[in-house]
Design a protein around this ligand. Structure first.
Ligand code: NAD
Length: 487
C-alpha cells in the first residue's frame, strides 16, 4: 500500500541549535525521510544555525554522519543523501549576539513560509525570539517551534510564553510534544470520534475507571543530569500523560480543527480536581540484575546518593464534569519496570445484575488501546467457560493488532516527520497551545510542591517489577487493581 504524500510549497527551515543532539538525532533524520518521500520541494532550504565554527560543507558532513549514526542512511555517498545535503546551509551565530544574523536574513527569501526551530536550551528562547524579530526575520509567514521541557513549573512556563508572545502571535508558535505526533496517539481520536460504538458508553455511567500506563524498561541512561532535575512527574505526566488523558476524556470537538481540539483538551485539564497527597505515589528504582547484567540504582545512575527525584509516579486523577464525575483515571509511569508498554485501559462497570448467580463470577469488559509496542486494540468480552459444570463466566480478548489488520504498509513516519511537516503546512492541531501548557502546570505544581515541602524520599522499588507497593495500595483503597504490565 502506498502512503499519500501531500505536497507542500517551498519553505525555509532554520534549525537553531542545528549541531546539537536533538537536531542530529531527530530533526535532520526526519527531514531526510520527508525528502526521500518527495515532500521537500526543490528550492526548500534547511539552514543549521549554531555557535560552532562551520561552513556549509562542514554542516553537510555533520548531517551525513548523523543520518548514518541514527540509522537513516547506510551510505553517506548515496545519491539521495547527496541531493538532501545540497539543501543544507549553515550560519554561525550566537543567540545572545548580533553577529551572523544579517547573513541569515540574506539567505531567506521574503515571500514564503519560514520556520524557526529553537532546538536550544529554553533559556535561549527569549533571546532568539527577540533577535528573529529585531533582525526583521519575523514575517507574517514566520513560525517558531519550541521543544519540551516547556517550563519547569507554572511560573517558568508563563515566563517562556511571555518571551515568545512579545515577538510572535500564538498562531505562529508551535510547542512540540512529540507524543502527539505518534500515529497511535492520533488514532485515539479516530477510535473515539470515528466509531459510534463507543460514544454511548464513554462516561461515568458505564465506565468504572480508566488506567493510563506508560512503562519503560530503560533507566535514566545518559539523561541523568536532566532527569534528576525533572523526575517522572515533569518529564512524563505534565506533558505526555496529560495529553493522553485529554484525548481520552475530552468532549467531541465540533470540527477537527486546531483550536476546536485544543479548546476541548483545555476544558479537561481545567476540570481536573486538585490531587491530595494520599492520591499520589512516588517511587525510585533500586539496583537489580537482569539477564545476568547488573543495573545500577536510580541514585547511582544519576550520581547523587541522596537524590529524592522520582523515577515512578502513580496518581489518581478525577475530572469534575458531567461526563466523568465518579470515574477515576489512574495514571502511572516509571522507568526500569517489568515491560515496555504504553496503554490506555477503559474498565467498564459490571452488568447491573447477574442472571447467572453470584457463583458464575462477574467479569467487566475492558477496552485496551495499546500505543506501544504492538499497537492495537483489545476488547475483553465475557463468555461461558467451555465444558460441563454449569454457567461459569470468563473473559476472552477480541484482539486486533493494527499491523495484522492493516497488512503490509509503508513504514509509519516518525513523530518528528509529521510534526515538522505540520509546522510547514501551518496546522497547529498536534501542538500545545500556551494556555494548555499553563493549565497543565497549574494542576501539577501543587502536587510537586506538596512532596518538595515534605522532602520525602520516593519509595524504592525493584527493577523488573510493576513499581512500588504503595502504588498497589493507592488503587486497592478504591477496591480496584492495576492491570498487568505486558509487553
Ligand atoms: P544540545 O546541548 O545537544 O545542543 C544545543 C545546541 O544549541 C547546539 O547546537 C549549540 O551549538 C546550540 N547553542 C548553545 N548555545 C547557543 C547560543 N548561545 N547561541 C546559538 N546556539 C547555541 O541540546 P539538545 O539535546 O539538542 O536539546 C535542544 C533542545 O531540545 C533543548 O531544549 C532540549 O531540552 C530539547 N529536547 C531535546 C531532546 C533530545 O533528545 N536531545 C528531546 C526533547 C527535547
Amino acid at each position: 500500500m502506498v502512503s499519500r504524500v501531500i505536497p507542500v510549497d517551498p519553505f525555509d527551515l532554520v534549525v537553531f541549535g542545528g549541531t546539537g543532539d536533538l537536531a542530529r538525532r531527530k530533526i535532520l533524520p526526519a527531514l531526510y525521510q520527508r525528502f526521500c518521500a518527495g515532500q521537500v520541494p526543490d528550492d526548500a532550504q534547511i539552514i543549521g544555525a549554531a555557535r560552532s565554527d562551520l561552513n556549509d560543507d562542514g554542516y553537510r558532513k555533520l548531517a551525513a554522519d548523523a543520518l548514518v549514526e541514527f540509522g537513516k542512511a547506510d551510505d553517506p555517498g548515496a545519491a539521495d543523501v547527496h541531493a538532501f545535503l545540497a539543501r543544507l546551509r549553515y550560519v554561525q551565530l550566537d543567540a545572545r549576539g548580533d553577529a551572523g544574523w544579517p547573513e541569515l536574513r540574506d539567505l531567506l527569501p521574503e515571500d514564503r513560509v519560514r520556520a524557526f526551530y529553537l532546538s536550544v536550551a529554553p533559556s535561549l528562547f527569549g533571546d532568539l525570539a527577540e533577535r528573529i524579530r529585531g533582525h526583521g526575520l519575523a514575517t507574517d509567514q514566520a513560525r517558531v517551534v519550541v521543544e519540551k521541557p516547556f517550563g519547569h513549573d507554572l511560573a517558568s512556563a508563563r515566563a517562556l510564553n511571555r518571551s515568545l508572545a512579545d515577538h510572535f502571535d500564538e498562531s505562529q508558535i508551535y510547542r512540540i510534544d512529540h507524543y502527539l505526533g505518534k500515529e497511535t496517539v492520533q488514532n485515539l481520536m479516530a477510535i473515539r470520534f470515528g466509531n459510534l460504538l463507543f460514544e454511548p458508553l464513554w462516561n461515568s455511567r458505564y465506565v468504572d475507571h480508566i488506567q493510563i500506563t506508560v512503562a519503560e524498561t530503560v533507566g535514566v541512561g545518559g539523561r541523568g543530569e536532566y532527569y534528576d532535575r525533572a523526575g517522572a512527574m515533569r518529564d512524563m505526566v505534565q506533558n505526555h500523560m496529560m495529553q493522553l488523558l485529554c484525548l481520552i476524556a475530552m468532549e467531541p470537538p465540533a470540527r477537527f480543527q486546531p483550536d476546536e481540539v485544543r479548546d476541548e483538551k483545555l476544558k479537561v485539564i481545567r476540570a481536573l480536581k486538585d490531587v491530595g497527597l494520599q492520591d499520589v505515589v512516588r517511587g525510585q528504582y533500586a539496583a537489580f540484575a537482569r539477564d545476568g547484567a547488573d543495573h545500577p540504582s536510580y541514585r547511582d545512575a544519576v550520581g547523587d546518593a541522596a537524590s529524592t527525584t522520582e523515577s515512578y509516579v502513580a496518581i489518581k486523577a478525577e475530572i469534575e464534569n458531567w461526563r466523568w464525575i465518579g470515574t477515576p483515571f489512574y495514571l502511572r509511569t516509571g522507568k526500569r519496570l517489568m515491560a515496555r508498554s504504553s496503554v490506555i485501559e477503559v474498565v467498564f462497570k459490571d452488568t447491573p445484575y447477574s442472571i447467572f448467580g453470584a457463583d458464575a463470577g462477574d467479569n467487566a469488559n475492558v477496552l485496551s488501546i495499546r500505543l506501544q509496542p504492538n499497537e492495537g486494540i483489545t476488547l475483553e468480552v465475557t463468555i461461558k467457560e467451555p465444558g460441563p459444570g454449569g454457567m461459569r463466566l470468563i473473559n476472552v480478548p477480541l484482539d486486533m493488532s493494527f499491523s495484522t489488520a492493516l497488512g503490509e504498509r509503508e513504514p509509519v513516519p516518525d513523530a518528528y516527520e509529521r510534526l515538522i511537516m505540520d509546522v510547514i503546512r501551518g496546522n497547529q492541531t498536534l501542538f500545545m497551545r500556551g494556555d494548555e501548557v499553563e493549565a497543565a502546570w497549574a494542576w501539577t505544581d501543587p502536587i510537586i510542591d506538596g512532596w518538595e515541602d515534605r522532602g520525602d524520599r520516593p519509595e524504592p522499588y525493584d527493577g523488573d517489577s510493576a513499581g512500588p507497593t504503595a502504588a498497589e495500595k493507592l488503587i486497592a483503597n478504591d477496591g480496584r487493581v492495576w492491570r498487568a504490565i505486558r509487553p
